[in-house]
Design a protein around this ligand. Structure first.
Ligand code: ADP
Ligand code: MG
Length: 249
């Protein structure tokens, strides 16, 4: 993939669950190094869109290219899926750390299993990324010994250990106590400054305004408004986005 190839390209993507049409023809592109915030009311399809990007969901129609891989096909081969998952990291609201494994083991598992890295190499990677999220001293801790903010920073470090090209964040701070939100956003801001391609579903409008390059506002499975983050968030054009932003405070 050269620098002119979009990290993600989606055209007229549709996704239904039974009779429920969740994504109704969404189109767009994410460039390498771009940070895109996805916003919109609950149930509008934000998570579904994100999940299509790493094939946790399969699209019903339209075109979807992620990091040059065609995800429009109804079936992928196992090695394609494995390749995709190593290139596209995902960070969830609920952290999804393995509770019975130490922080270090949480970080070294996938690089060994999925990338075939040696144990020493995986440990070195893990230590590098733990330091990056400010948690080098927590390598031997278990998830339930960490605060929510620390857990989420571990989850981000775990994702980085796979050396992804793109990281998808699905409301990464929504489960956190308010005083812990900042430390996670700070790590994400650092990643953005390092040039990581990031798609972030978030209700943190200040983060969206200051860190995201672009905002995508979804309403009932369609892109209602999109554009440069500062413009869209300070001068929304559509009534729906205006109403949404005023509800967000
Ligand atoms: P958001 O993240 O914007 O809150 P979602 O993408 O999670 O919205 O969900 C959009 C709609 O799709 C909701 O009505 C939700 O109930 C429905 N939905 C999501 N996942 C599934 C699923 N696996 N099966 C059936 N319905 C689903
Ligand atoms: Mg969601």
């Amino acid at each position: 993939m050269d620098s002119t190839t979009p990290a993600i390209l989606f055209e007229q993507v549709e996704k239904s669950f039974g009779d429920l049409k969740v994504l109704q023809g969404v189109s767009g592109a994410v460039q390498p190094g771009e940070v895109v915030a996805v916003i919109g009311p609950s149930g509008c399809g934000k998570s579904t869109l994100l999940r299509c990007f790493n094939r946790l969901e399969t699209i019903n129609s339209g075109r979807l290219l992620v990091n040059g891989m065609d995800l429009s096909a109804p079936r992928l081969k196992m090695h394609q899926l494995r390749h995709l998952r190593s290139q596209v990291g995902m960070v969830f609201q609920q952290f999804n750390l393995f509770p019975h494994l130490s922080v270090l083991e949480n970080l070294t598992l996938a690089p060994q299993k999925a990338l075939g890295k040696s144990r020493p190499e995986s440990i070195e990677l893990a230590q590098t990324y733990l330091a990056k999220v400010g948690l080098a001293h927590k390598a031997t801790a278990y998830p339930d010994q960490l605060s929510g903010g620390q857990k989420q920073r571990v989850a981000i470090a775990r994702s980085l250990c796979m050396n992804p090209k793109i990281i998808l964040f699905d409301e990464p701070t929504s489960a956190l106590d308010p005083e812990l939100v900042g430390e996670v956003l700070q790590v994400m801001q650092q990643l953005a400054e390092d040039g990581m391609t990031m798609i972030v579903v978030t209700h943190e409008m200040q983060f969206a305004r200051e860190v995201a390059h672009r905002v995508l506002f979804l309403h009932q499975g369609q892109i209602e408004e999109t554009g440069a983050a500062r413009e869209v968030l300070t001068q929304p054009q559509s009534d729906r986005l205006r109403a949404f932003l005023s509800r967000m405070g």
